[in-house]
Design a protein around this ligand. Structure first.
Ligand code: GH3
Ligand code: MG
Length: 315
């Protein structure tokens, strides 16, 4: 574990550095408070800091205040090193955000034990962050394909729609559905079906642009949100997605032949400002049209369908 040592007194500094290295810490040494604050702001900075209280420029307590002032993460465990032992000084240090303190001249056993406490707290906190991150992934990702899940892709659609309104840029929306997927399950089994789903997801993900988002909307239905795409470029992207899926699956042998998708799409560039649910229904209606027209094809939502939709009918 990395430790930052900030101490202006050379004798004490050398002693600290030697002990900490002997105990297995990776030590960064600075001579004053400003350098300490700078070191703590670097990427992958130490999360354990031993700061001398009295230092030129910026003292240890000021460094504490700066560190705590920037928010709770990344958490730095701060051990203040002080020659003072008056109670009110200790209170001031703790109130400034120090986790612990040790008085100089320090007892090495005590220093070692207190550092270990700091290390334990940092490790616990890292574990918590990892767990939280894992929960966040589980809450937003589809477990089978790794794509955004239903709720997450809808959030993205709403957010991107707001943004496209603010920026006056178009937004493309596509609904892609695997053709005759039930047959794959029926003839090859559910496991093969799952594998096809993963393959399709992968080739869709590999074909969209970095700023496009793609989610598993339902069983074998995918929703693509394409910021900045007017009708013409959404059509182009949809055609590329359609081709990519059948090419990727043609040679894989999981299904008996290529797996194809039908895609319905719409764009605010074509339809103007609409609510997200109206756009979704429009894309879904176009998908239905692509299925009816023979599958393995792309269809655009017709403005006429939206007229019906605003009159209260389903598209
Ligand atoms: P169409 O071309 O009209 O879309 O026909 P289809 O067979 O693809 O559509 P249908 O809605 O009749 O069937 C979809 C099937 O997808 C039914 C369901 O069992 C299957 N399915 C949904 N989710 C999963 C999944 O996670 N894994 C597997 N293996 N199958 C799934
Ligand atoms: Mg289907």
């Amino acid at each position: 574990m990395k430790v930052l040592v900030a101490e202006d007194d050379p004798v004490s500094r050398r002693a600290l550095e030697a002990f900490l290295r002997r105990w297995g810490y990776e030590v960064t040494v600075v001579h004053d408070g400003l350098a300490a604050w700078k070191a703590l702001q670097e990427e992958s900075a130490p999360k354990l800091a031993v700061l001398d209280w009295m230092m030129p420029g910026m003292d240890g307590v000021q460094v504490c205040r700066e560190v705590r002032g920037r928010g709770p993460e990344p958490y730095v465990y701060i051990l203040l090193l002080t020659a003072k032992d008056r109670k009110q000084d200790v209170v001031e240090g703790i109130e400034a955000g120090a986790d612990d303190y040790i008085t100089k001249p320090f007892n090495t056993h005590e220093l070692k034990a207190r550092l270990r406490t700091g290390q334990r707290i940092i490790e616990l906190q890292e574990e918590l962050i990892r767990a939280r991150e894992e929960l966040r992934v589980r809450a937003t990702r589809d477990a089978l394909t790794g794509l955004w899940n239903h709720a997450a892709i809808l959030d993205i659609l709403r957010r991107e729609l707001d943004r496209s309104r603010r920026e006056g840029a178009p937004l493309g929306i596509m609904m892609a559905d695997i053709d005759h997927f039930k047959r794959i399950n029926d003839t090859r089994g559910h496991m093969a079906g799952d594998q096809v789903l993963r393959q399709v997801a992968e080739s869709l993900q590999g074909t969209v642009r970095v700023y496009d988002s793609i989610g598993r909307y339902g069983g074998e239905e995918f929703l693509v949100v394409a910021p900045g795409s007017d009708a013409a470029s959404t059509l182009q992207l949809a055609e590329r997605l359609r081709a990519a899926v059948s090419e990727a699956t043609a040679t894989s042998g999981v299904a008996a032949g290529p797996v194809t998708v039908s895609i319905g799409f719409t764009s605010t560039g074509e339809l103007g400002e609409r609510d997200w649910d109206v756009l979704l229904r429009a894309a879904d209606g176009a998908l239905y049209a692509a299925k009816s027209a023979g599958r393995d094809r792309v269809e655009m939502a017709m403005a006429a369908e939206l007229v019906t939709s605003s009159a209260g009918h389903d598209v």
